[in-house]
Design a protein around this ligand. Structure first.
Ligand code: ZN
Length: 298
């Protein structure tokens, strides 16, 4: 087992997208630069989606134009359709992430299409991404439960993952969008997928809606997952899922991971400082435990 865990900080996109206060481009870039200074080397920076549906991301191009020019940080942009793909390519984003929701009802609310229709769109976009030679990843959302349809049958998610792997995806993320899973659900799903698709590099994206995200991360690490999305301060939510609270906080995951003797390359104190700073422009307090308690020993 490798002793390095990759943390992809998603606060600039998944974290901010449902915040009622619209941040300026300058504040978004300050957040991104602070994360880089803390040691984050991969982050979800923007999404290229309909600005009427997600006003916080309306300035995606401007944010990308202001990103620091350096080769050691990967900036990811979320894309849900061909129009988004074209915008992403036009501004030279490092990596494109697509997403499909495992349940039809949720996918309908999120993307205005059924799961099958979105799989068709992803197939089209994927050909374009591959032709353009851009790095790509894909997320299966609501993989552990849907706010509208309830429990998610594991085999439904597994089948989607296998179809995405067949399209050429090697990086696939399982997202617990509404924070429904417990550690045994995560272990069972990861084990099943790793048995069927051993070459796949799986990552996990947990929300802490029901306080299980840190335990779920532990379970996934035990099953060999080495890449996790998290959000500085735990800022986040989903504008299309009722009562979906924040992504698991980066600092809360870092504390556990570092206590396990594993490395992330990220300075937890700088993440805590960044979360505290972010409270200012957003006008809200962060749910992260570590931002309140601080590290131990101090
Ligand atoms: Zn999310």
């Amino acid at each position: 087992m490798s002793d390095f865990i990759e943390i992809v900080d998603v606060s600039p996109r998944d974290g901010l997208q449902s915040q009622p206060v619209l941040l300026s481009v300058e504040h978004k870039l300050e957040l991104i630069n602070r994360l880089i200074d803390a040691g984050v080397r991969s982050m979800e920076a923007v999404s290229f989606v309909n600005p009427k549906r997600v006003p916080q991301m309306a300035d995606a191009e401007e944010v990308v134009r202001g990103l620091p020019q350096r080769g050691d940080v990967t900036f990811i942009g979320l894309v849900l359709n061909l129009r988004g793909f074209e915008r992403a390519v036009a501004c030279n984003i490092d990596e494109i992430n697509c997403a499909v929701v495992a349940s039809d009802t949720f996918n309908q609310r999120n993307q205005g299409a059924t799961t099958e229709q979105t799989m068709g769109v992803i197939k089209e976009i994927t050909r374009e991404i591959q032709a353009a030679g851009i790095n790509m990843g894909v997320t299966v959302s609501a993989a552990f439960g849907c706010p509208f349809e309830g429990e998610m049958p594991m085999e439904k998610v597994v089948r989607l993952v296998q179809r995405l792997a067949a399209m050429g995806y090697t990086d696939i993320s399982l997202a617990d969008t509404i924070g429904a899973a417990g550690p045994s659900d995560v272990a069972a799903m990861v084990r099943r997928i790793r048995t069927l698709e051993p070459a796949l590099s799986l990552s996990c994206h947990f929300h802490n809606t029901r306080n299980t995200a840190v335990a779920n991360t532990y379970a996934a690490i035990q099953e060999g997952v080495t890449s996790f999305d998290a959000s500085c301060g735990g800022v986040g939510g989903c504008p299309f899922a009722p009562a979906a609270t924040g992504n698991v906080a980066t600092e809360d995951l870092l504390y556990m991971i570092h206590r396990m003797g594993l490395k992330t390359g990220i300075d937890i104190n700088k993440i805590i400082e960044t979360a505290k700073w972010l409270e200012g422009p957003l006008g809200t307090s962060m749910p992260a435990m570590l931002t309140r308690a601080g590290v131990f020993p101090a």
